[in-house]
Design a binder for this molecule. Structure first.
Ligand SMILES: *Cc1c(COP(=O)(O)O)cnc(C)c1O
Length: 385
């Protein structure tokens, strides 16, 4: 079906931050398959974990205990401070589970017409419930009737949230990305997540943090909410969790962790031995190589480098980000910059029309970071001049 518009390049293999196409040309990957291949391509430890597991056991069923899934849940709980985990196969499924938890929370507390507060410009997925939660008309268009029960407010606007408390709404959850990903790499003000936490405490509702793009060390911490001294009730993960093997996870704490009971939710593939084993290998590498810290340092190096290289350049609105989630916002639309970068053997993305988004692998070396700065700043200058 024609829902994608792929660029005309075919990658055949990869290694670390590099991809090789069918003509044996090398590309520097500053996107990681949209924040998926955090450990880069063909990581030896992930590769051997997957092939070893495939030779042993790929799938059983959640009808039986899956020790690898249990080990993975324990690891995730340890790093996140949450209590329990549900596994699915994608980000949308992780958010779908979070939304279902919020609905069950309403039901158990006899709250009718429950409302989940979500943000304008947010992105939460493409299933009916998650696209309804998403704050983008482009994503909604053509899919009416949407799932009911979502109230959109502006991102990074705590007054807009507080003003909802005085309205006659049965708010059961606030769902938020710690940094808007698809919405243009928007980093909210410091204290934004803490203020949402306070609102949720005061109004007895669940704080759901969508860490699908920001999680797994991407922003310089294991999870982006950890930049503030708070603990959400629910977080969702996917993208980088197994470096490209499909998996999603919904983690919950306290009351929210007890809502699913036998029969209330499920997934055939979710948390199967293969995906769990791959994710365990990913976590092992993230821990051993302290890639949270490395992502923070490389991110700062990139931001400093771009600020220096593009100093005084007209047409640049802002250079921002956290860890290895970076945005360079131009004053004009620049979607065609992606193809120009591809010609220069550099993989980037443009989101929200005018924000160049960089999500390089967490294993990026300083030399590779310098190559990204060098190539991209020339491209931007040529584009704007
Ligand atoms: C990618 C993404 C999703 C959706 O994940 P899929 O695996 O494509 O379903 C949801 N939320 C955020 C923040 C994302 O970046």
């Amino acid at each position: 079906m024609s829902n994608y518009q792929p660029l005309s390049v075919e990658f055949e293999s990869g290694s670390g931050a590099w991809l090789i196409d069918s003509k044996q040309q090398r590309y520097l990957d500053a996107l990681s398959g949209i924040a998926v291949c955090g450990l880069g391509h063909a990581h030896p430890q992930v590769q051997s974990a997957i092939s070893d597991q495939a030779a042993n056991l790929i799938h059983t069923s959640n009808l039986y205990r899956i020790p690898l899934q249990e080990q993975l849940a324990e690891k995730l709980v340890k790093h996140s401070g949450m209590d329990k985990v549900f596994f699915g196969n994608s980000g949308a499924e992780a958010n779908e589970a979070a939304i279902k938890l919020a609905r069950l929370y309403a039901n158990n507390n006899k709250i009718s017409n429950p409302v989940i507060v979500v943000m304008e410009k947010s992105f939460h997925g493409r299933t009916m419930a998650t696209l309804s939660a998403t704050g983008s008309e482009r994503v909604h268009k053509g899919f009416d009737p949407l799932v009911q029960g979502f109230k959109h407010i502006p991102y990074n606007d705590i007054d807009a949230l507080r003003s909802l408390a005085n309205q006659d709404l049965n708010i059961v959850a606030v769902m938020v990305e710690p940094i808007l990903g698809e919405g243009g790499v928007v980093v909210p003000d410091e204290g934004y997540l803490s203020a949402i936490r306070l609102f949720c405490d005061e109004n007895n509702c669940l704080m759901i943090v969508d860490e699908i793009q920001t999680g797994m060390c991407r922003t310089g911490k294991w999870f982006a909410f950890q930049h503030e001294n708070i603990q959400p009730d629910i977080i969702t993960l996917a993208k980088a969790l197994a470096n490209g093997v499909p998996i999603g996870a919904c983690l919950a704490r306290g009351q929210a962790a007890e809502l699913f009971q036998p029969g209330s939710h499920g997934s055939t593939f979710g948390g199967n031995p293969l995906a769990s084993r791959a994710a365990l290998a990913v976590i092992d590498v993230l821990e051993k190589e302290k890639l949270d810290k490395h992502a923070g340092e490389m991110g700062q190096h990139l931001i400093n480098g771009f600020k220096q290289a593009l100093d005084g350049q007209a047409g640049i609105r802002n250079i921002r980000g956290k860890g290895l989630m970076l945005g360079i916002e131009l004053e004009q639309d620049c979607t065609d910059l992606v193809a120009k970068a591809l010609n220069e053997k550099l993989l980037i993305n443009v989101t929200s029309g005018n924000v160049i988004r960089l999500l390089p692998p967490l294993i990026l070396t300083k030399d590779e970071a310098d190559q990204i700065i060098f190539k991209l700043s020339i491209l931007i200058k040529n584009y704007l001049d």
